[in-house]
Design a protein around this ligand. Structure first.
Ligand SMILES: Cc1cc2nc3c(=O)[nH]c(=O)nc-3n(C[C@H](O)[C@H](O)[C@H](O)COP(=O)(O)OP(=O)(O)OC[C@H]3O[C@@H](n4cnc5c(N)ncnc54)[C@H](O)[C@@H]3O)c2cc1C
Length: 386
């Protein structure tokens, strides 16, 4: 009998729809040898109804649509934009929806005993929504909210669900995609495992002589792009470091497409046809067609409006966005994920092999060697803090 746990790593996205759909709690989420989420069957509870397998097939068959409109976008509220990864599109529309008593689902990260946890939750006020802002470049535990989303929709509440395209496909399949659900997916080039991130951050924090208390992948206060912020507890003191992606082995591997889960490299949602009502991403290369409209900002988002529902939503809740009309093909010019799934990075095979043999310590050791050895790496790292 075919079970979800036997679905090939090329196909299982870790969206967790199978976990949510099993009302006998026979499907739980475990991890594979690299820490990626993979469903597990509890044989003592499973009655072989095949609901999980059929549901997985339904997610993979999710309908997709070519964008109706494309924009460059940035929020009018500078504070909201500052806390966002790019143009603050998510935060701007979420704020407007919450003001009208709508519910917003998205990914948050929290540090607990030196380890980061990334999971989906609900925001019904500005403080909760703020925690969703910013990109967390690992896979979020989204399946824990699918049932709650469905219950809210059945009560007639308006829900905005945001996440990676595979998570959007799962929530649409789980809820039946009623009119009061609006989905916003990210242009996503792949998700690594939180387990690997935590191992990397623990080693890095140790190198700096502290314990992690907070981490953000993109902080705009020092340098515009891909500067992470680490907060460490050192004895009784707390110290914050701003670290560029190239000095963090995990982040560097993420940007090189070396450490995603296997399915991301053949993602069926990466392309111009989108699974959501609205797609948001970074608008790389916007200056090529819109330099005169960019108002000296470099952190514009791209927005693809894919359905009539998405169009009506943006008209109603996007009034605090500055929108510059663009074209889907212009947006895709420098964003490969809008054309096809990303290719495996140059060091992926080596990274996985090292991890399997020696854990993240072996990966880190190799990264430092590539950076000229321990002394040179340390010097470069410390110089970059100044
Ligand atoms: C794993 C990942 C890969 C990405 N790859 C690309 C790319 O290749 N090209 C590109 O143009 N853009 C990519 N993005 C999107 C980009 O980083 C910004 O999120 C996007 O530009 C929207 O920015 P914003 O300012 O509107 O909102 P932000 O404030 O950045 O957006 C926050 C929204 O993102 C959601 N979110 C954050 N982290 C996660 C996560 N781990 N899982 C699910 N949802 C999450 C939150 O729920 C929230 O709704 C990626 C994002 C992620 C999380």
């Amino acid at each position: 009998m075919m079970h979800v746990e036997n679905i090939s790593p090329n196909e299982c996205t870790g969206c967790g729809g199978c976990v949510a759909v099993c009302h006998r709690d026979a499907v739980t989420m475990g991890t594979d040898e690299y820490g990626n989420y993979r469903p597990r069957i509890d044989e003592t509870k499973c009655v072989n109804c095949q609901k999980c397998t059929r549901f997985c097939a339904k997610i993979h068959a999710a309908s997709k649509a070519a964008p109706l409109q494309a924009y460059g976008a940035v929020g009018k509220d500078g504070d909201l934009v500052h806390k966002s990864a790019s143009g603050g599109v998510f935060a701007t529309v979420a704020t407007a929806l919450i003001a009208q008593k709508g519910q917003v689902y998205g990914a948050v990260s929290q540090c607990f005993e030196g380890k980061l946890q990334v999971y989906h939750t609900c925001a019904s006020d500005a403080r909760e929504m703020e925690k969703m802002q910013g990109s967390k470049y690992v896979q979020s535990r989204a399946w824990e909210v699918y049932r709650a989303v469905s219950q809210r929709l059945q009560k007639g509440e308006t829900v905005l669900f945001t996440g990676t395209p595979c998570q959007v496909a799962a929530v649409k399949a789980y809820t039946g995609d009623p009119q009061n659900l609006v989905t916003m997916d990210l242009v996503c080039h792949g998700v690594p495992a939180t387990q690997m991130l935590n191992e990397a951050l623990t080693l890095f924090a140790k190198r700096l002589g502290g314990k992690l208390t907070d981490f953000s992948f993109r902080d705009k206060s020092r340098e515009k792009h891909y500067t992470s912020r680490l907060t460490l507890r050192k004895g009784r003191r707390t110290k914050t470091y701003f670290v560029r992606a190239r000095y963090l082995s995990f982040y560097h591997a993420f940007l090189q497409s070396d450490n995603f889960r296997e399915s991301c490299y053949s993602c069926s949602y990466a392309g111009m046809e989108r699974v959501s009502d609205i797609t948001v991403g970074d608008y790389w290369g916007m200056e090529k067609h819109h330099s005169h409209q960019m108002q000296d900002r470099t952190d514009w988002s791209c927005v693809l409006v894919n359905t009539q529902k998405g169009k009506a939503f943006l008209e109603q809740y996007g009034k605090d966005l500055t929108l510059v009309e663009s074209k889907p093909q212009w947006v895709a010019e420098e964003n490969k994920q809008l054309r096809a799934p990303g290719e495996k990075g140059p060091h992926r095979a080596r990274l996985l092999e090292l991890y399997k043999k020696g854990g993240y310590k072996a990966v880190e050791k190799d990264f430092i060697k590539e950076n000229g050895g321990a002394l040179r790496y340390r010097l470069r790292l410390y110089k970059s803090f100044k």
